[in-house]
Write a protein that binds this ligand. Structure first.
Ligand code: MG
Length: 276
């Protein structure tokens, strides 16, 4: 099931993207509240045409920072370590957080923040969203914690990311979290998922990987983190990016105003944004 958040007649609503059109949830709950409840509500009976709505990020205002994995693809670890050895991962997962006041919708603009960075970069990723609280999760229980999957572009200012010892500032500027176009429920994928993900900049293919290449799996991450911290339902965890980001090229290929970044994940859809 593909779940979306959208604007219709000036109102933010959520529903299902189906063959019949968009089916809004009865009572107009937010998608985040649906995810946290873990139950898909009934529909209103109306079917809206996709032309009559404007998609928003499926979770436009996440609760809490997004949890991110760094260096979770071996090929990306190698290119990142060439850029700056500080990024080298040893045998432990790299976790960091990404503040997202408002996620950028499909088709939305990524601000270039030219006063702060000249090293604007993209990272196409598959993220998952928890459908229940996770504390002390066992490997057998991890799968049942996953509500669904979406595409997230972990936009990064490389100069800020490396200047401040921690990634936080360089990952968290306004507009740095394009997300969407939908959340696909976990039952539509095998577990662990094998979701191909690609990224194009101005039509040039830059990234081409799949989630089977994750060094640390969803089960690894949920078991490890939930041993010591409760992860609340609705938490978004972004699982890292494959090789081919701008900093990995020689010379680097950073994003410029006017560039279009298109992230695709099979079974989820397309997330395209333009830098301004
Ligand atoms: Mg990332």
């Amino acid at each position: 099931m593909k779940l979306i958040t959208f604007l219709h007649a000036g109102k933010e609503r959520a529903g299902v993207l189906s063959d019949k059109g968009i089916l809004p949830f009865r009572g107009d709950p937010s998608l985040l509240s649906v995810i946290k409840a873990g139950v898909i509500p009934s529909f209103t009976g109306e079917a809206l045409s996709p032309e009559d709505v404007r998609l928003l990020a499926p979770v436009p205002r996440p609760e809490g920072d997004i949890i991110c994995l760094g260096m979770n693809f071996t090929d990306h670890t190698e290119e990142a370590a060439r850029f700056d050895p500080v990024m080298l991962r040893e045998n432990k997962a790299v976790y960091f957080s990404k503040r997202t006041v408002e996620a950028t919708p499909p088709g939305g603009k990524i601000p270039a923040h030219r006063d702060l960075t000249r090293m604007l970069d993209y990272e196409a990723e598959v993220a998952f969203i928890l459908g229940r609280d996770a504390a002390g999760v066992s490997p057998e229980e991890a799968r049942d914690c996953v509500f669904g999957y979406t595409i997230l572009n972990d936009v990064s200012a490389r100069d800020l990311q490396t200047a401040h010892k921690q990634f936080y500032f360089g990952k968290s500027l306004d507009g740095f979290t394009p997300m969407g176009p939908c959340v696909v429920t976990a039952d539509e994928f095998a577990y662990p998922p094998d979701i191909p993900i690609r990224c194009y900049v101005n039509g040039e293919k830059r990234q081409d990987g799949s989630t089977h290449q994750w060094v640390f799996s969803i089960s690894d991450v949920l078991c490890e983190l939930s041993r010591g911290m409760t992860l609340k339902s609705g938490t978004i965890i972004s699982m890292g990016t494959p090789a081919g980001v701008g900093m990995g090229f020689s010379p680097p290929k950073y994003l410029q105003p006017g560039d279009t970044v298109r992230c695709e994940a099979d079974g989820i859809g397309v997330l395209e944004n333009t830098v301004e």
